[in-house]
Design a protein around this ligand. Structure first.
Ligand code: S3P
Length: 176
């Protein structure tokens, strides 16, 4: 299938955007990009370091800029940082330029996948599980607002998830 728009993955930290995105890109013969990785590549420092030096606001400014630039490129599969939907401008941009996939997972699943991670500054708090719960409550409506397709990642393997997404993207294309 040939994509004429970007395929954009959104969802909370630990939902599998990068892993699924890479496989999906391979299946669909599209380039893969990751907005967080692009920020790290450009700045030459880690995301925790950006949060430490510039605060979350500084990181969000960089994120907005990188998103706008990446969306000007050829069609691609784009994995975004979990907070990309916080900006109204970002939400408008991704809806306009992409078919948006929301990888939805329960707080328990997200917690299992992120609990040993030191690379996510928002989870370096006394009660990271509670923080994830709060982020889920705040952001689930925003992910739903931008999503063309929502998939519950559940217990299925990454391969079967990718397979399901390719099928749904095909259907989406036929009906659009
Ligand atoms: C963030 C998610 C991270 C990264 C940053 C902030 C968030 O990306 O952009 O730590 O606000 O949810 P992942 O969703 O890829 O972990």
């Amino acid at each position: 299938m040939i994509a004429d728009k970007h395929i954009i993955l959104v969802g909370l930290m630990g939902s599998g955007k990068s892993t699924v995105g890479k496989l999906l890109a391979r299946q669909m013969h599209l380039p893969f990009h990751d907005s967080d990785q692009e920020i790290v590549r450009r700045t030459g420092v880690t995301i925790p370091m950006i949060f430490e030096v510039e605060g979350e606001a500084g990181f969000r400014r960089r994120e907005e800029q990188v998103l706008a630039e990446l969306l000007q490129r050829e069609p691609q599969v784009l994995a975004t940082g979990g907070g990309i939907v916080l900006s109204e401008m970002n939400r408008a941009l991704i809806r306009e330029h992409g078919t948006v996939l929301y990888l939805r997972a329960t707080v328990d699943e997200l917690w299992q996948r992120t609990r040993h991670d030191k690379n996510r500054p928002l989870l370096q708090v006394d009660d990271p599980r509670q923080r994830l719960q709060q982020l889920f409550t705040d952001r689930d409506p925003l992910y739903r607002e931008v999503a063309d397709i929502t998939v519950d990642t559940g217990r299925q393997s990454v391969q079967s998830l990718v397979h399901q997404l390719v099928r749904q993207l095909g259907r989406q294309k036929v009906s659009s």
